[in-house]
Design a protein around this ligand. Sequence first.
Ligand code: IPE
Ligand code: IPE
Ligand code: MG
Length: 254
Amino acid sequence: MNLKPLEHLAIIMDGNGRWASLKRKPRVYGHVKGTKVAKQIITDCSRLGIKHLTLYAFSTENWFRPQAEVSFLMNILRRYLKRETSNLIKENIKFSIIGDMNRLPKDVVETVKESMLATSHCTGLHLVFAISYGSQQEITQAAKNLGKALLDGNLKLDEVTPEVFNRFLSSYPTPAPDLIIRTSGEKRLSNFLLWQAAYSEFYFTDKLWPDFTKDDLMQALDSFSLRKRRFGGVSENLENSLELNSGSNEVATH
Ligand code: IPE
Ligand code: IPE
Ligand code: MG
């Protein structure tokens, strides 16, 4: 099948803990396998020519998990970035993050900044990790920054439109996701890209993230290719048939 071009893919990588439990292993075992899968999927997306890939790796609410699990996840992130940055450069992948950096351990922030700087010249896939990310927090921060711009006289109230508001989000200037995949059978956004998902397509799979493969990715992309996106308008087919039936460009009103 010919794949429909897709500029931005976002993935909610869920189910690591359940995967490990099914194997009677501690939850963190699932995070280790999940990281390997993420590495592979990043390479696959890069080779498929996808322009932006956002991976939901750690939510604002995930801070409330047991301390040991949170520390383990921070360690994974540290190690991933230290080990993988040179590979990202080799693959021409530009790395960035969205989320509240202030809550991350200082050395992790430093590592994130180093990886961003080291890959800033890369022109291939743009890889975004959503870490310590919550969409409601992102929107609240955007509203605060917008309010400040109004108070400082850098913006007029009449100038505030959805496009202008969008520029205050931490995801800017990455375009909105065309497709959002969530693994593990859950069918919710869990505070992920609420604003940006206004016209995203969704793909849910029961596969747990550590079991997700390139074949699963291709199935999701195939499914996306069959979607008719209308953005509130009318589909091309519908438009064509109206034109054919009316015999002119005017749409019959009777
Ligand atoms: C997703 O897997 C990874 C993170 C949220 C960090 P989970 O850890 O949520 O695994 P389940 O959903 O409990 O199985
Ligand atoms: C969403 O998964 C966050 C990530 C995948 C990083 P959660 O496991 O935290 O979400 P809920 O609790 O099932 O909604
Ligand atoms: Mg989960």
